[in-house]
Design a protein around this ligand. Structure first.
Ligand SMILES: O=C(O)C1=C[C@@H](OP(=O)(O)O)[C@@H](O)[C@H](O)C1
Ligand SMILES: C=C(OP(=O)(O)O)C(=O)O
Length: 452
C-alpha cells in the first residue's frame, strides 16, 4: 500500500485547521485559569527525517514506528520516493498516524524535488542525490531560496560532485549524480547551520573513500543535532570518529536497515510546557524519553530558570508555573529552535532577559531575531536585536495581529503570548503543519476549549 497523507480515514494530520487559508487570522485562545493538561505529541521531525534518509541509504529494509506525519516529513517521503525508495504506510501503535516501512532501491535522478521550507530536506537530500544516477533539481518555497545553501554546493563539489547552481549558491540548483561519489577530505564552514555537517555525515559511509570532515569557522551551532546524527548512525552500525571538536571521520561501508521507535518531538513540547508558566497550573507531556539526543530535553533545565518547577516520572515530564516568570540571561547556541518560544516567556517576565549565541537563527524559516522583535514590539513590547541575540525588556502588551512569516515556531510563539494577552490574532496558524499539524487543536484542548 502506498502511503497517503491521510492514511487512516479517521485521522487528519492537519487537524481541523486547514493550512490553505494563509491570510486568515486565528484568535489565540486566552487562558482563563490555571492549566491541568496531559498530552502526548507526534514524532520528532529531526529523528524522522534522519531515519528516513538512513533507511533509503541502507542495505536492507527498515521500519519506523510512530514517525512524524507533517509537511516536513511528507516532503522527505515524497522526495525519497522520487529518487527510487519504496515507502509504505503500515498500521502501527502510534496515536498520530501509520508506521513507515522503507525498502531501499537503486537511486536515480531525472526528477525535481520540492524542499518546501524544510532545512532537513534541502540540506540532507542533495548529498543523497550525488549517489543517484541522473540529474536531480532542488527547489522549494520562496523562503527556501533565501536560506543558506552555499556550503552544500561547495562541499559537494569538493567531494567530487557536479552541481549546477548558475552561480547562485542557493536554491534552485541541480545535482548531476553519477551513482557514486569519491568523497574523502573536505573542510566546510557550518557556522550558519549544523545541517551541513549532519547531511554529509548521514551519507558519508556511502562515499567511495568515506568522509573526513572538518568544520572551520568561529562557531558551530546546534551541537546536539550533530550528536543526534552520530547517534542515529550508530543505530545503523556506522561509527563516526571525532578526533577533535569540529572534526569527524567515517569509513566507507554499509548502512544497516533497522527497526526504530521515533521519540515524540520535544522541541514541539516547548509551547505547551511554556504555557504552564504563562497561565499557571501544570502541563504534563507523556512519552518523554529517558535518554535522548533531542535538544528539547534541555527544557527540563531551561524552564526552571524562568521560574518553573519540573517533575519527572519514568516516561513523563510535568511543568508547573510559579507566581511570576523570571527574566534570564542565556546562551542558546546549542538550541536555536527553542528560542522563539522561550522569547515569549521573556516578553511576559517580571525582569529583563538577554539571549545570545543565536545569530544563526536569522537563517531559519525566517530571520527569527528580526521577526520576534517586530512582532513583540508590535504588541507594545520592547525587544532589541543584537548581532547574535535579543534583549527583552518586558512591558505590558496589548492585542493585535501577529505575523508568522511562514514560520511554525513564530506561530506557536504568538499563541503563548495570546494566553496572557487578550486579542492576539495569529496569521496563518496552519503553518504549524510544518512539524505539528495538530497544533491548533491541541492548543484549544490545552486551555479547555476542546477535548484532548
Ligand atoms: O538537523 C536538524 O534536524 C536540525 C538542526 C538545527 O538546525 P540549525 O543548525 O540550522 O539551527 C535545528 O535548528 C533544526 O530545527 C533541525
Ligand atoms: C529551524 C527549523 O527548521 P529546519 O529544519 O527547516 O531548519 C525549526 O524547526 O525550528
Amino acid at each position: 500500500m502506498l502511503i497517503s497523507r491521510y492514511s487512516k480515514p479517521e485521522f487528519n494530520p492537519y487537524g481541523d485547521t486547514a493550512p490553505d487559508d494563509a491570510a486568515t487570522l486565528w484568535p489565540a485562545p486566552e487562558a482563563h485559569g490555571p492549566l491541568a493538561a496531559t498530552l502526548g505529541l507526534p514524532g520528532s521531525k529531526s529523528l524522522t527525517n534522519r531515519e528516513l534518509v538512513l533507511s533509503a541509504l541502507a542495505d536492507s529494509p527498515s521500519l519506523l514506528r510512530a514517525p512524524l506525519h507533517s509537511r516536513d516529513s511528507d516532503l522527505m517521503v515524497a522526495a525519497l520516493r522520487q529518487l527510487g525508495t519504496t515507502i509504505d504506510a503500515v498500521p502501527g501503535e502510534g496515536a498520530f498516524g501509520d508506521d513507515l516501512r522503507i525498502t531501499p532501491g537503486e537511486l536515480f535522478g531525472s526528477t525535481t524535488i520540492d524542499c518546501g521550507l524544510a532545512g532537513t530536506v534541502m540540506r540532507f537530500l542533495p548529498v543523497v542525490a550525488t549517489l543517484a544516477l541522473g540529474p536531480t533539481t532542488f527547489d522549494g518555497d520562496e523562503g527556501a531560496r533565501r536560506r543558506p545553501m552555499a556550503t552544500t554546493v561547495s562541499s559537494l563539489r569538493a567531494l567530487g560532485a557536479d552541481v549546477n547552481d548558475d552561480g547562485r549558491m542557493a536554491l534552485p540548483f541541480t545535482v548531476h549524480g553519477s551513482g557514486s561519489l569519491p568523497g574523502g577530505e573536505v573542510t566546510i564552514d557550518a557556522g550558519s547551520s549544523s545541517q551541513f555537517v549532519s547531511a554529509l555525515l548521514l551519507a558519508g559511509a556511502r562515499f567511495e573513500k568515506g568522509l573526513h570532515l572538518r568544520h572551520s569557522g568561529e562557531r558551530l551551532p546546534s551541537l546536539p543535532h550533530i550528536d543526534m546524527t552520530i547517534a542515529t548512525l550508530a543505530g545503523r552500525g556506522v561509527t563516526v570518529e571525532s578526533p577533535a571538536l569540529g572534526e569527524w571521520m567515517i569509513s566507507a561501508g554499509p548502512i544497516a536497515g533497522a527497526e526504530i521507535d521515533i521519540e515524540p518531538d520535544l522541541s514541539n513540547a516547548a509551547p505547551f510546557l511554556a504555557a504552564a508558566l504563562v497561565a499557571g497550573g501544570s502541563v504534563t507531556i507523556t512519552g518523554w524519553p529517558q535518554r535522548t539526543t533531542q535538544v528539547g530535553a534541555n527544557l527540563i533545565d531551561l524552564l526552571p530558570r524562568f521560574g518553573a518547577t519540573v517533575t519527572r516520572t519514568a516516561d513523563s515530564v510535568t511543568v508547573t508555573g510559579g507566581e511570576s516568570i523570571r527574566g534570564v540571561t542565556l546562551d542558546l547556541s546549542t538550541g536555536g529552535e527553542l528560542v522563539p518560544n522561550l522569547v515569549a516567556l521573556a516578553a511576559l517576565a517580571d525582569s529583563p532577559s538577554t539571549i545570545t549565541g543565536i545569530g544563526h537563527i536569522r537563517h531559519h524559516e525566517t530571520d527569527r531575531l528580526a521577526a520576534l522583535a517586530a512582532e513583540i514590539n508590535g504588541l507594545g513590547g520592547n525587544v532589541t536585536e543584537l548581532e547574535d541575540g535579543l534583549q527583552i525588556e518586558p512591558r505590558p502588551l496589548h492585542g493585535g495581529p501577529w505575523r508568522s512569516y511562514d514560520d511554525h515556531r513564530m506561530a506557536t510563539t504568538g499563541a503563548i503570548i495570546g494566553l496572557a494577552v487578550a486579542g492576539v490574532e495569529i496569521e496563518n496558524i496552519g503553518t504549524t503543519a510544518k512539524t505539528l499539524p495538530q497544533f491548533a487543536d491541541l492548543w484549544r484542548a490545552l486551555v479547555g476549549e476542546a477535548a484532548l
